[in-house]
Design a protein around this ligand. Structure first.
Ligand code: PMT
Length: 404
C-alpha cells in the first residue's frame, strides 16, 4: 500500500522517521510530506533517504508541480497519516484551510486519515483544540491518542506523540479489509507430512504446499490472523501471523489440536499421511532380501478429531477439509464431509495432470451444507478466492463459536 506520512512542526517530528520505517517493515511504500515548520525539526533529506522518494515540502515549489506523482498523490495513496499533528495543523484540517501541501492533501484525498496529535498539555485540553478534534472525528478521521509524561516544553501531562509502534499498529488496523474474515483467527494446514522409516528414508507424498499457501495468503489479505501449519515444502510461505513448521502427521496433529480451540476457521489442505512406520529405526536399515515387509500404524485423523470435538462441545471453529480423490470424487468428498463433521469439503480429482498435487492449477468441487459447486480449472490462487468466499458466506450466516 502507498501511505503518505505528513509531518508537522513539533518536537515529535523525529519519531515520524521511525513511523516510516515501521510501515516499510510491514511492506508499505511511503511518501513523506512535511510542513515548513516540520523541516525546522528534521531535515527533509532524512525522509528522502529512507523513503527513496522526493519529500514534498512546498505546494508551490518550482519544478515540483510538473511532476505527475506530486500532483497525483492525493488519488494514489491508500492512507494519510499525520504524525505529529500540531494544534495548528488540526485547526487547519478542521476548518478547511488549505495553505500548504499537507492541508491541501487532506482536502484532496479520499483515502482514510489517521492523525497522531502532539502538543503541550494545556493546548491539548483547550476547548478550541477539543472542538477541532471532535469536528475531525465526526468526519471519520481516526486518532492515535497522545501519551502522558514529560513534554519537551517542561510540562508533565498528556500531549506527547504516541510511540511509533502504536501509530503503525493503528495504521494497519485502518488498512485491514472490512469483510467477515477481518480479525478472524484462521488456521490453514499445507503440504505433505513425512513419516520417517530410519535416518535416511521416509514415507511421503507429492503435495507441494501450493494449495494451502494460496488459501493462507488470501485469508491474510482479507484481514484474517492466519496461522499456517506447514509440512516439509521448498516453497516460500505467504506472510502470515504465525508459521509452524512440522514434519510428521503426529507433529501436525499436536500443532493443530493445540491451537484449534482459539480459531474461528480451520482449513485442512495438507495431505496428511494415513499410516506411518510403527517405530522409526535409529540406525539406517541395511539392505536385505528381494522383498521387505514394513508394518505401519494408523496416524491420528486430525480433521476427524476436530469434528468429534465440535459434536461433543457444540461449538468450535468452522471446519474445511480437502479430499484428494481419483474416482467418484464428489461422492467420496461428500461422505468424508459427513463422517468428519466438516462444514465444507473441497474435492479435487488428483488423477488429472493439471489438478491437485504439485501443479499451479486445480479443478475442484466445493461440497457444502446446501449442495455442491463445481469450479472450472483455474490457478490455485483463484480456487483459494472461491473457497474463502464460501467460508465468508458461512461465517456471516453462522458466526463460529470459539472458546477464545
Ligand atoms: O499441496 P499441493 O501440491 O498444492 O496439492 C494440493 C492437495 C492436492 C494436497 C490438496 O488440494 C488436497 O487435496 N489436500 C488433502 C489431501 C488429503 O489428504 O486428502 P484425504 O482425502 O486423504 O483427507 C481428507 C481430509 O482429512 C483432508 O483435509 C486431510 O487434511 C484430512 N486428514 C487426513 C488424514 C489425517 N490423518 N488427518 C487429517 O486431518
Amino acid at each position: 500500500m502507498l501511505i503518505a506520512v505528513g509531518v508537522s512542526g513539533g518536537i515529535g517530528a523525529y519519531k515520524a522517521v521511525e513511523v516510516v520505517r515501521g510501515l516499510q517493515r510491514r511492506g508499505h511504500d511511503v511518501v513523506a510530506v512535511m510542513t515548513a515548520n516540520a523541516t525546522r525539526f528534521v531535515g527533509p533529506i532524512t525522509f528522502e533517504a529512507i523513503t527513496r522518494r522526493p519529500v514534498i515540502t512546498d505546494q508551490f515549489e518550482a519544478g515540483a508541480n510538473a511532476d505527475i506523482e506530486h500532483i497525483a498523490i492525493a488519488s494514489t495513496i491508500d492512507l494519510l497519516i499525520i504524525a505529529p499533528a500540531t494544534a495548528n495543523i488540526l485547526g487547519k484540517l478542521a476548518n478547511g484551510i488549505a495553505d500548504d501541501f499537507l492541508s491541501t492533501l487532506y482536502l484532496a484525498t479520499r483515502a482514510p486519515v489517521l492523525v497522531a496529535p502532539a502538543m503541550n498539555t494545556q493546548m491539548f485540553a483547550h476547548e478550541a483544540v477539543r472542538s477541532n478534534l471532535d469536528a475531525l472525528a465526526a468526519r471519520g478521521v481516526r486518532f492515535v491518542e497522545p501519551g502522558e509524561g514529560y513534554l519537551a516544553c517542561g510540562w508533565i501531562g498528556k500531549g506527547r506523540l504516541a510511540e511509533p509502534d502504536e501509530i503503525v499498529a493503528a495504521a494497519e488496523d485502518v488498512l485491514r479489509p472490512r469483510g467477515p474474515l477481518r480479525s478472524q483467527r484462521v488456521l490453514v494446514t499445507a503440504g505433505p507430512t513425512y513419516e520417517d522409516v530410519d535416518p535416511v528414508r521416509y514415507l511421503g507424498n507429492r503435495s507441494s504446499g501450493r494449495m494451502g499457501f494460496a488459501i493462507a495468503g488470501e485469508a491474510a489479505r482479507r484481514g484474517a490472523e492466519v496461522t499456517l501449519v506447514a509440512g516439509p515444502t521448498s516453497l516460500d510461505p505467504p506472510p502470515v501471523r504465525e508459521l509452524v513448521r512440522v514434519r510428521s502427521a503426529e507433529q501436525m496433529h499436536a500443532a493443530v489440536l493445540g491451537r484449534a480451540d482459539d480459531m474461528h476457521v480451520v482449513v485442512m489442505a495438507a495431505a496428511v499421511a494415513d499410516y506411518a512406520p510403527i517405530e522409526p529405526s535409529d540406525q539406517k536399515v541395511p539392505k536385505g532380501g528381494d522383498t521387505v515387509t514394513m508394518v505401519l500404524k494408523k496416524t491420528p485423523d486430525i480433521l476427524a478429531e476436530l469434528g468429534r470435538r465440535r459434536i461433543a462441545s457444540g461449538g468450535g471453529p468452522l471446519l474445511v477439509g480437502f479430499a484428494a480423490e481419483t474416482e467418484r470424487v464428489v461422492a467420496h468428498a461428500a461422505a468424508k464431509r459427513e463422517s468428519k463433521h466438516a462444514d465444507l469439503f473441497v474435492a479435487n480429482d488428483v488423477s488429472r495432470a493439471d489438478a491437485g498435487f504439485g501443479v499451479d492449477t486445480n479443478a475442484v468441487t466445493i461440497v457444502g451444507p446446501d449442495g455442491s459447486e463445481t469450479l472450472p480449472l483455474q490457478s490455485k490462487s483463484r480456487v483459494a478466492i472461491a473457497i474463502l468466499d464460501r467460508i465468508e458466506a458461512l461465517l456471516t450466516a453462522h458466526p463460529a463459536k470459539t472458546s477464545g
